[in-house]
Design a protein around this ligand. Structure first.
Ligand SMILES: [Zn+2]
Length: 247
């Protein structure tokens, strides 16, 4: 099976990759509730996991070398940026921990995460009682708390990814009548309208498309597209490790 996936990628004009929850370092982003410090703690945790969890992206990069690809990811950990992919071929519709936004979305502006604040949070979490509680960052326009620009925010500012999404849509138009290899890795049923259903639709309409759905549990394929799709029951990280060896 691995060989067949590798050959299909090698022979395809275009490769479309969908990455899902199973690939996320934190599995699922924490809800915006409880202390404002908790998502910052998650950001620190991601930084700690970066080396280990970044490996699967380096494996993926080996498989996509010299290919015309696009990557849609539901992961919020931002580790996709460690793979050395073309930045204009990655879209992250769920956002992540890179930028901050106003919790009331009083504007579509995004803000950098202050380095000083990250330092203060780290120190505070290490020696909770001895140090002062860091000050919560606030919106310079309305004074409401700033939160990470991600789908779990109370009022998600979608402008963070919309431009990339338009580029993705444009790229998709170019897949018509081309041989496309669709690689779905660890995509569950949380946001099926972003990756799973549109990918199935592409395979349904494009006779030259082939889909590989890799997931440890939700690898099933619907009847309509069975001829050009394969469900692979495997942890996506292990799959990528094996697949990269076939290149
Ligand atoms: Zn505001």
């Amino acid at each position: 099976m691995i060989e067949h996936v590798a050959e299909t990628i090698k022979g395809a004009d275009l490769v479309l990759v969908g990455l899902g929850e199973e690939m996320d370092a934190l599995k699922e982003g924490r809800k915006e509730e409880g202390s404002w410090l908790l998502p910052f703690e998650d950001k620190i945790r991601i930084e700690e996991l970066a080396e280990e969890k970044g490996q699967c992206y380096r494996d993926l990069a080996v498989c996509l070398e010299n290919k015309n690809y696009f990557i849609v990811t539901l992961c919020q950990d931002g580790l996709i940026h460690q793979g050395g992919f073309w930045e204009n071929r990655i879209v992250e519709p769920c956002g992540g921990y890179e930028k901050l936004q106003c919790s009331k979305a009083c504007s579509a502006d995004l803000y950098e995460v202050p380095e000083k604040l990250m330092e203060q949070v780290k120190i505070f979490l290490e020696r909770e009682t001895e140090s002062a509680v860091p000050e919560e960052p606030v919106c310079p326009k309305c004074g409401s708390p700033l939160v990470f620009n991600r789908v779990n925010a109370p009022c998600y500012v979608e402008e963070g990814y919309l431009e990339k999404w338009m580029q993705y849509k444009k790229w998709l138009q170019g897949t018509v009548n081309k041989s496309v290899c669709l690689l779905e890795l660890g995509v569950g049923m949380k946001y099926p309208s972003v990756i799973r259903w549109p990918f199935e639709k592409i395979v349904f309409f494009n006779q030259k498309a082939e889909l590989f759905r890799v997931h440890s549990r939700l690898y099933q394929i619907s009847e309509e597209i069975k001829g050009r799709s394969q469900g692979i029951r495997q942890c996506p990280e292990e799959f990528l490790k094996e697949l990269s060896k076939a290149f």
